[in-house]
Every structure is written in C-alpha cells, then in structure tokens.
Design a protein around this ligand. Structure first.
Ligand code: F6R
Length: 235
C-alpha cells in the first residue's frame, strides 16, 4: 500500500487526478471505476480542466460506478447517475453509452445486481476510485459480520443517512436503500485509489489501513489488495 499524506484538498485532488490521467494516457481504452460523494469532486474538476486543455482524451474510455440509491432514476438530481453526468461526463468526451451506474429504478433489483457483476467481470476495472464513509464503508458496503462479494442491495446505516443528508432538503428525503458493487468487484480492480479528507476521517482511515482486517470496518479489506494508493488530507 502506498499511503500519501498531503496538506489540503486541492493537492489531494490534483494528485488523484494525475493518477487517473496517467491511466488514461497509458491505456486510452481503459475502464475507470468511479465514485460519487464530495471527495472526488475536485479530482473530476482537474480531469475536466486537463481534457479542455487538450491533455486528455476520454473517447475510448469506459466507466463503471460503485453505487446508486434505490428508487431514484438518472433524471433525479439526487441520483448518482445525475451526479456523474453533472460533475464529469457532460464536460469530457466520454461516450455516455459506455458509462455504467446501477439502475436504481430496476424492477428486479436482484437481476440488476447480477447483470452488474457480469458487466464488471467482462469489462475488468483498471483503476477503482473510492471515497470512504465515517463508518468505513466503501461503495455502500456497510459494516457487517462478513464482507459481501457480489453487487447487492443494502440498507444504509443510520450514520450514512445522516452524513448524506447534507445533499438533500431533509434527512427524511435520503433514500434508505441502495445498490452497491460488492467487495468482489472492488477487489477485482487492478489498482485502487482511495481519497479522504478532513479531520473527521482521520480515525477511520487509521482503523481501516493500520488496524485489523474486519468486516465491521469494510475498507480494511483493501489491506489485502496488491495495488492500493491512499491519499489523505486532514484539512
Ligand atoms: C460514493 C460512495 C461512498 C462515498 C463515501 C464518502 O459513490 O461509494 O462510499 O465515497 O460515502 O462520501 P464523501 O466523499 O461525500 O465523504
């Protein structure tokens, strides 16, 4: 594991974007595993800027996202599809038909999860970008008695609902369930890049990467991955 501590969010975002940009340059038809939430916004801003400058070309890139709230379609401004379109895809030359986010409105959630795993297996993720929740979740793999391998539907932890309420009008509007890529999909990525900032995340980062591997701290499974980079900024 490479653990990089930086001074602030701006540097963190530039470094994370540089790692993703290097992947796109080295393999123009790579598959990017992408995340939503507040952590990657700065990373995406840098990638958009470098695309606009002519330094990056996403025309052959595909992407596969970690998760989506159940019950929201891609037009809903709280959905993760909407987030991806409006924080990255609309501003770069990626072919949107090659960008995948779980369908939160699927009639048959189990079939949607199975199809998502099939897609992950077929496409293969070159680099997976991750944030981390205050309870140690990655994707929406919440603390549990065991690690779940497959893409699956989850009931969000009350602390996750509380943390995500900042994006909604009221806490009651936060969906209670989501579809998430499982640990199998995340661990199958050739490289993993986890970014975290803020003093509130210091404790969980220490537990996840320097404590025991424990499904109660879901991100701790990454200690078993052969190519993980963590970038952390306390500010
Ligand atoms: C988002 C995701 C989540 C977030 C985590 C941290 O696709 O999978 O695991 O990465 O909740 O969220 P932020 O970055 O908002 O602190």
């Amino acid at each position: 594991m490479k653990f990089i501590t930086v001074e602030n969010y701006e540097i963190l975002s530039r470094k994370a974007a540089a790692i993703i940009a290097a992947q796109v340059i080295a393999k123009p038809d790579c598959v990017l595993g992408l995340a939503t939430g507040s952590s990657p916004i700065g990373t995406y801003k840098n990638l958009i800027e470098w695309y606009k400058n002519g330094d990056l070309d996403f025309s052959a890139v595909s992407s596969i996202n970690l998760d989506e709230y159940t019950g929201l379609d891609g037009e809903n401004d709280q959905s993760y599809r909407y987030f991806m379109n409006n924080n990255l895809f609309n501003f770069i030359n990626i072919d949107k038909s090659k960008t995948f986010v779980p369908n939160g409105k699927a009639q048959d959630i189990k079939a949607e999860c199975e199809a998502y795993d099939k897609r992950i297996n077929e496409m293969g993720i070159d680099i997976q970008l991750l944030g981390i929740g205050l309870d140690g979740h990655i994707g929406f793999n919440e603390p549990d008695e065991f690690f779940t391998k497959e893409t699956h539907q989850v009931t969000l932890d009350p602390s996750t609902i509380e943390a995500n309420a900042r994006f909604f009008q009221s806490i009651d509007d936060v969906p209670k369930t989501a579809i998430t890529m499982g640990m199998g999909g995340i661990m199958s990525a050739k490289k993993v890049l986890l970014i975290a900032n803020g003093s509130a995340k210091k404790e969980i980062i220490e537990k996840a990467f320097f404590g025991p591997i424990d499904p109660k701290v879901p991100a701790s499974i990454l200690q078993l991955h052969p190519d993980v980079t963590v970038i952390f900024s306390e500010n």
